[in-house]
Design a protein around this ligand. Structure first.
Ligand code: IPM
Ligand code: MN
Length: 359
């Protein structure tokens, strides 16, 4: 099969982790006789430096002509503490999500037996963790009006949702729950927020079409605690944009490192794949970042391409490296391997160059 993939490194460690994902994809292409054609686009601080804009038109064109986008990370400390900055790297990622209508952000969280002892959480609480967050990605407070008035004395960020926006991601989340353990938690703040009450009403309606799925409601504050004390209770978590952002970073603590978590953003015909972690600028260029989140995002891309066997092989390769102790510094600060070494090992596994590997 032939696929066109837009590659956007973005900022910080984006380039080095994405390069490892490409190694894995190239290995898959060789084993299964696929052709992956890559075209690079700019986004974030790298794009601001080159063109003055966080999301140049050219990048949108490249993405729209592709079957999928493989994205690295966005963010740069030069902009973080500068409230006067007119353009920000993060505007690039938000704009491309909107442009490609990526309303469904899927973030799976699984614990690895061999890494469980490294989690800050108690072992008995993290065994059997296997859930997926469905985060609404194209609306809510991220995309409401943002402005300051009253001579700079008052700031506003408006949170808006409509029924259609809630319904479409709810259907995706329920369909996934049907394929999994048939449990769905809607996480919201319906005791305070009007948008949350609309989520509850709409999701309750949608649930009638999925009577085999058990629907539960949980407030965001409680969910933040439940994820720490009993993450094994979750199967599918459905939530709005900002709550999903927060809960997905928290989930990084459960697995031992945020660097392990992948994501897929779906909605239109172009899929968008990126690790959950950020740009981690302090580590950029040092070959120490964890490439697993990016490589597993590439595996999600293969699933999206309808290549389940290929995706499984990549996941097996990742499990084999982790279970064999080939981990980066975020996971083991004493015995660690470099980003590129992990990428090489994973691609060698895929190519069958590690004959005695057991996973
Ligand atoms: C994420 C990131 C982004 C978000 C930032 C970089 C705008 O944290 O993908 O989770 O908040 O969505
Ligand atoms: Mn985030």
């Amino acid at each position: 099969m032939k696929k066109k993939i837009a590659v956007i490194y973005g900022d910080g460690i984006g380039r080095e982790v994405t390069e490892q994902a490409i190694k894995a994809l190239d290995a898959v292409a060789e084993v299964y006789n696929h052709t992956f054609i890559y075209e690079r686009g700019l986004l974030g601080a790298e794009a601001i430096d080159a063109t003055g804009e966080p999301l140049p038109h050219k990048t949108i064109d490249i993405a729209k002509k592709s079957d999928a986008v493989l994205f690295g990370a966005v963010g740069d400390p030069r902009f973080d503490n500068n409230p006067a900055a007119k353009v920000r790297p993060e505007q690039g990622i938000l704009a491309i999500r909107k442009e490609l209508e990526l309303y469904s952000n899927i973030r799976p969280v699984v614990s690895y037996k061999s890494l469980n002892h490294l989690s800050p959480l108690k072992l008995r609480n993290i065994e059997q963790v296997d859930f997926v967050i469905y985060r609404e990605l194209s609306s809510g407070i991220y995309f409401g009006e943002h402005y300051t008035n009253n001579n700079g004395g008052t700031a506003h960020d408006v949170c808006t949702y409509n029924v259609h926006e809630i319904e479409r991601i709810a259907h995706s989340a329920f369909r996934t729950a049907q394929q999994r353990h048939k449990k769905l938690h809607l996480v919201d703040k319906a005791n305070v927020m009007e948008t949350s009450r609309l989520w509850r009403k709409t999701v309750t309606e949608v649930a009638r079409q999925y009577s085999d799925v058990e629907l539960k409601f949980m407030y965001i504050d409680n969910a933040a605690m439940q994820l720490i004390i009993n993450p094994g209770q979750f199967d599918v978590i459905l939530t709005e944009n900002l709550f999903g952002d927060i809960l997905s970073d928290e989930s990084g603590a459960i697995t031992g490192s945020l660097g392990l978590l992948p994501s897929a953003s779906l909605g239109s015909k172009i899929g968008f794949f990126e690790p959950v972690h950020g740009a981690f600028n302090e580590a950029a260029g040092k070959d120490i970042a964890n490439p697993v989140g990016s490589i597993l995002s590439a595996a999600m891309m293969l699933e999206f391409f309808n290549m389940p066997e290929e995706a499984d092989l990549v996941k097996q390769a990742v499990s084999w490296t982790l279970n064999s102790g080939f981990v980066t510094r975020d996971i083991d600060s004493v015995n660690y391997y470099y980003t590129s070494t992990i990428g090489d090992l994973i691609s060698d596994f895929i190519l069958g160059k590690i004959p005695d590997a057991v996973n």
